[in-house]
Design a protein around this ligand. Structure first.
Ligand code: NCD
Length: 313
């Protein structure tokens, strides 16, 4: 298994299945009254978040705690990063305290890679700018695979990833991971929210692109809706919210175009009424809360494989 998890490039298809198999065991822990495993007893994990987060940070925190690790949360607001300390000094300072693993989120693409080069403890990328968010893609793949029939079930399945692709690290990690799992991916967005150079990239990596959600929806086995990331936008990417919803929202009307039971995913946080309607978010086929619960299991699995490694396996 990889030392760091910075990108989906760090894990092979077999390793992804190995992470999923451990996650499935960890998932059962959630149903217990006493949710503790001793695997990381005596280890310390730091969650260093330079960007806002609700679910990813709490998910890593719960995952570490259920494995009996000591988990410390640090955010940029309230840390010396806001006093002008460099990223290198911040991470060297916190890790000098005897930390065994670092989970980090940063607004700069490539930040986790850079930090991994400065440290000899495992670094897990919890989102770097518009680049990657590997544990999100793993929990999405895990959720889909369970829904579609277990190991191997993503082979040949068509998955649409829809929305603000330009700004989405979830998209970039998911494309790689779903392709490794054998799925056939179609990326759907308005022209202004398609990453530049996507045509060559899609050709090289083997996925499809489309500007028409209406054409794609009836053909897919599952759909992943992504948030419109206004905080990363500096201009007008679409005329009005209403127009975005009309063209690219998973509206109540569009729900009927999906195959019966086709899972609906969204990594959260959702803009209800913009990219996803309440009817879709709360539909019987919505797997959005399953994604959240899978998130803890996947992060337990990742922490276990990277921190406990061979010794306790
Ligand atoms: C995503 C992220 O932060 O990249 N959220 C998450 O981790 N659940 C997607 C988003 O912010 O839209």
């Amino acid at each position: 298994m990889t030392k760091h998890l910075l990108s989906i490039d760090d894990v092979s298809a077999e390793e992804i299945q190995q992470l999923f198999a451990t996650a499935a065991e960890m998932h059962d822990v959630q149903k217990r009254e006493v949710k503790k495993l001793p695997a990381l007893r005596g280890r310390t994990v730091i969650n260093l978040f330079f960007e806002d987060s609700t679910r990813t940070r709490s998910s890593f925190e719960i995952a570490g705690k259920w494995l009996s690790a000591d988990v410390i949360n640090l955010s940029a607001k309230g840390s010396s990063a806001s006093k002008g300390e460099s990223l290198r000094d911040t991470v060297l300072t916190v890790t000098a305290m005897g930390v065994d693993g670092l989970v980090m989120r940063h607004s700069a693409s490539g930040a986790a890679h850079q930090v991994a080069g400065w440290l000899d403890i495992p670094v897990i990328n919890a989102g770097d700018g518009m680049h990657e968010h590997p544990t999100q893609a793993l929990l999405d793949g895990y959720t889909l695979q369970r829904q579609l029939g277990g190991p191997g079930s993503l082979e040949g399945k068509r998955i649409a990833i829809v929305g603000d692709l330009t700004h989405s690290r979830v998209f970039r990690s998911n494309v790689k991971s779903l392709i490794k799992l054998g799925a056939s991916v179609t990326a759907v967005a308005p022209p202004t929210l398609m990453p530049s150079g996507i045509t060559e990239w899609a050709k090289a990596d083997g996925f499809a692109t489309s500007y028409s959600l209406d054409d794609v929806l009836p053909e897919v086995d599952a759909v992943m809706m992504l948030r419109v990331q206004r905080e990363r936008m500096s201009g007008g990417y679409f005329p009005t919210s209403r127009e975005y919803t009309v063209g690219y929202g998973l509206t109540r009307q569009r729900l009927a175009m999906l195959r019966e039971g086709a899972p609906i995913l969204h990594p959260g946080p959702m803009n209800r009424g913009l990219e996803i309607s309440p009817e879709a978010a709360d539909a019987a086929s919505s797997r959005i809360l399953d994604q959240v619960s899978a998130g803890v299991a996947i992060r337990m699995s990742v922490l276990y494989h990277l921190l406990a490694g061979e010794e306790s396996a």
